[in-house]
Design a protein around this ligand. Sequence first.
Ligand SMILES: NC(=O)c1ccc[n+]([C@@H]2O[C@H](COP(=O)([O-])OP(=O)(O)OC[C@H]3O[C@@H](n4cnc5c(N)ncnc54)[C@H](OP(=O)(O)O)[C@@H]3O)[C@@H](O)[C@H]2O)c1
Length: 189
Amino acid sequence: MSRLLNGIVAVCPDRGIGRRGELPWHPVRLANEFKHFRRMTSTPSVKDKQNVVIMGRRTWFSIPEKNRPLNNRINIVLSRVLRAPPAGAHHLAPDFNSALKLVDVDLADRADQVWVIGGSSLYKDLMESPGTKRLFVTQILNQFDCDTFLPEISAARYRLLPQFPGVPSELQTENGIQYRFEVYESFEQ
Ligand SMILES: NC(=O)c1ccc[n+]([C@@H]2O[C@H](COP(=O)([O-])OP(=O)(O)OC[C@H]3O[C@@H](n4cnc5c(N)ncnc54)[C@H](OP(=O)(O)O)[C@@H]3O)[C@@H](O)[C@H]2O)c1
């Protein structure tokens, strides 16, 4: 069964998403951008179910300890090395397909939307997986030094939606940083 998969990322003009295990604009906080992330990933479309967030091991450890696991969401961490979920995580998976299988089989009765929240290779797995995908991209208009990057969003496989319910389309400014929210959808069904 192929389900709709969502990804969410905030990205600099050079497609940078991280630096030294933090967000590129660290220590500046983008509180409203973070609220957007929380609202999108936490809000299930079905009552009595929770959304799932899937992330790589480094993204898990980039979340401040007091905020782990991300609340009101089922947290799945990917690692080829770990043999048990890191403290606080709900589930561990050895690869992306195993994580999706976990959602569709073991968690089927309580999991709603699936959200891939990084890092680089997880976004690549998402973009290349079959079925319909939606990418919720915050385009940060200021450039920061980055060492981790988002794979290119292929224009042949994704289109930018003119608008999306609940996602503001106007330019945002926070702490001197400008950004806009975009939503891309894959052509394949
Ligand atoms: N701007 C944003 O929206 C955003 C979002 C997320 C993260 N970030 C930033 O990005 C950086 C972290 O991302 P990252 O790309 O460096 O690392 P990452 O993808 O979060 O973690 C990499 C690790 O995850 C595991 N992993 C990844 N893909 C896997 C797969 N297909 N199967 C099994 N295990 C897999 C491996 O763990 P093992 O080594 O244990 O095998 C790998 O070493 C941080 O700077 C973070 O702040 C930014």
